[in-house]
Design a protein around this ligand. Sequence first.
Ligand SMILES: [Zn+2]
Length: 292
Amino acid sequence: MNFKRPASPCWRLLGVLLLVAAPAMAAGPCDEFSVRLPNVKRPLCESAGLQASTARSVQGRTIWVRDIRPDNPTVRVLVIGAIHGDELSSASLALQWIRLASQSPVDMPQAVHWRFIPALNPDGLFSHPPKRVNANGVDLNRNFPTPNWDRDAKIYWEKRTKKDPRRYPGLKPLSEPESKFLQEEMERFKPQLIVSIHAPYGVLDFDGPAREGYVPPSRLGRLYLDQVGIFPGSLGNYGGVHKGIPVVTIELPNSTRTPLDAEMRQMWIDLLRWISERIKPERTGPSLMPAR
Ligand SMILES: [Zn+2]
């Protein structure tokens, strides 16, 4: 094979065309996100500045992230959308909040380092129609390694859900690349708070360390606290109960429509207020402040 042979004019022209076309082809996720997600127009998605993580879904889709880090952060907060792929509005809210987080800093006692993962389950999100489970048919929010998972997750699925395929926990914990990525992010990022966005039950849930006297947010916007219990393998159970990281679970009222922009902003303001009252800056002890 002769590598030194000069390219013919025809091949050179093709090379130039490919170079010109490359930026458009490497456009990132916004072509797809702005078509699939409610209330997400292309400029909003572009302004989110999503970055490719190294993680890929079962079908090879990139899992996108965005970090917003002030100079001297004292609190780390991880925000996750679309762990269930058919809860489209959850990814939209995460993107709306990225915009708010990157706007002018809010006056609060802690400097928050945000890490957003707006669509943890892209295969479910982009399937036709969108699916709760990932491409292996696993409910990612039942696939986290809570104690006794091998016994409890299977029994719960068989007996309580009557083998509902939308709630299949998988063959073993962290069997899926998406749940594994999130668990690794928890190890790497060491969040002091996790906010997990779902739909469509229209409530707020909270899982925290099993200690007395800690106060979950009573409301975010029009969503009020209604603690619904825990499930084997869920993120709230794994993060909140077993890893000692408070998990705020937001259930938006509709899967395919976002709340109004003003409502999403109010939820953000309420979240920031609760963080400033309840999440203690890192260097000064335990992550949650006790009730006053
Ligand atoms: Zn959900």
